[in-house]
Design a protein around this ligand. Structure first.
Ligand SMILES: NC(=O)c1ccc[n+]([C@@H]2O[C@H](COP(=O)([O-])OP(=O)(O)OC[C@H]3O[C@@H](n4cnc5c(N)ncnc54)[C@H](OP(=O)(O)O)[C@@H]3O)[C@@H](O)[C@H]2O)c1
Length: 410
């Protein structure tokens, strides 16, 4: 019976029961840990909105926060177009998509190959998308892919010669949305179109952006600076893109129905975070595993990080009024820098980015043309040799002919 038992505890008759001090200490510890965990888990999306028939295009949908967003949206019936750098026939990607289809009972999950480290790859995909007539349905674009060089690692440059963080985290999105813009603006006026930008509090510490040229300078580079700078540029561009959309005069005279929404997921336990925390090393990974309880306690899960995205994707009020809002912990927040809304800053960055893309695309087109020519020439040469071998009219044949002529002269 509980009452006699408690009486025995109080009057000290139960010898094995811990001291009151210990009980209080353990209770306090459990409460503190519980409070930290509750706080670090962050807010949850409570919307019950279904997403049937919505077409959602997402970058970074194969890992971490992006993968959790995809799972939830697919469960709610959305059609998902994953932009991945692997080919759609890639074994792991096929397994991933089949797994998703099975778990969600949603067959409408596809992949399109877009390597965000390549301007050419982005252009190939985006022009194919906008070439469709009538314009394809597109309800949402979620820009979630990003890269973060672990501390101590070297500066990486893409095949096209651009600093990797700048390219993947910012320029790729600039290029993609610039080309997709007609497809976004062509959506019927009654459609609630949203473009979600994954931002990060690191933008607060970024140096000023200018026209973006500093991002290419080796002496201006450190992993943290490159990431912060790319996220600030991404956010400034997002505001400018909203203005670009708002300035469009729809043929039906109705107001713009596409809205940019920035989402800060908060610090979360994802493969990207793990790579950064472990410095991409084996000893770092060992330390991470040993201290995993700290990561568990202080960081959100990937599902936790996805909550603000899901809120931004589903909350009905965000489909009304002006775009360009920042969502963190499932509520609207203010930006911590004034240059994000500065039109002059945005104009300088936009022009600088356009110039850079134009120059790199031109150089790359020339390089590809030369490579093609060389390949054709080499192919032609080989074909010539093969023909010569078959007809006996190649160099060897000429040499044996001259040998025969010499012999006959003798
Ligand atoms: N995790 C956090 O604590 C945190 C905090 C604040 C903001 N954020 C932001 O939230 C977003 C998601 O973060 P996360 O930690 O979940 O990211 P993550 O685990 O590192 O995943 C990054 C995603 O980007 C994709 N990606 C990378 N390079 C690509 C390329 N060249 N072409 C196409 N896709 C490429 C990756 O594809 P593969 O897997 O195929 O390589 C992966 O799906 C990011 O924008 C991040 O900046 C995260």
């Amino acid at each position: 019976m509980p009452l006699p038992f408690f009486a025995d505890v109080v009057f000290g008759k139960v010898s094995w029961f811990p001291e009151l001090r210990t009980v209080l200490l353990v209770t306090a510890l459990v409460l503190v840990v519980g409070a930290i965990k509750w706080y670090s888990m962050g807010a949850s999306n409570t919307s019950e909105r279904q997403m049937h028939s919505k077409v959602v295009m997402i970058t970074g949908g194969t890992s971490g926060i992006g993968a959790s967003i995809v799972l939830e949206l697919a469960q709610r019936g959305a059609q998902i177009v994953l932009l991945t750098h692997q080919e759609p026939s890639d074994f792991f990607l096929v397994e991933y998509i089949e797994g998703l289809r099975e778990r969600t009972g949603n067959e409408m999950i596809y992949a399109e190959q877009v390597d965000l480290s390549s301007l050419h790859s982005i252009r190939k995909f985006a022009t194919k998308w906008i070439d469709n007539a009538p314009p394809r349905r597109l309800d949402m674009i979620i820009l979630c892919a990003a890269t973060l060089t672990p501390p101590g690692k070297k500066r990486a440059v893409t095949k096209e010669g651009l600093e990797e963080s700048w390219m993947i985290n910012y320029l790729a999105n600039f290029h993609l949305l610039s080309i997709l813009s007609p497809a976004i603006r062509a959506q019927p006026a009654d459609r609630d179109v949203r473009i979600l930008f994954a931002t990060c509090a690191s933008y607060i510490g970024s140096p000023i952006i200018g026209n973006g040229d500093d991002a290419m300078k080796v002496k201006e580079w450190s992993p943290a600076k490159a990431y912060a700078r790319s996220k600030l540029a991404f956010t400034i561009f997002g505001q400018a893109f909203q203005k670009h959309l708002d300035a469009y005069k729809r043929p039906d005279g109705l107001p713009m129905n596409a809205r940019v929404i920035f989402v800060d997921p908060g610090y979360s336990r994802t493969p990207g975070m793990r790579r950064w925390a472990t410095r991409g090393t084996l000893w770092g990974l060992g330390l991470y595993v040993l201290l995993w309880n700290n990561a568990w306690l202080f960081l959100k899960s990937a599902e936790g990080g996805a909550q603000s995205f899901l809120y931004a994707a589903m909350d009905v009020t965000l489909g009304r009024g002006p775009g360009g809002k920042l969502i963190k912990e499932c509520r609207e927040m203010d930006f911590a820098r004034v240059d994000i809304r500065d039109e002059e800053v945005a104009k300088k960055l936009w022009e600088g980015s356009e110039k850079l893309i134009e120059r790199v695309e031109r150089e790359e087109a020339v390089r590809r043309a030369l490579e093609k020519k060389e390949a054709e020439a080499a192919g032609g040469g080989k074909q010539g040799e093969a023909t010569a071998d078959a007809t006996g009219s190649g160099t060897d044949a000429k040499q044996s002919k001259s040998r025969r002529q010499k012999k006959s002269k003798k």
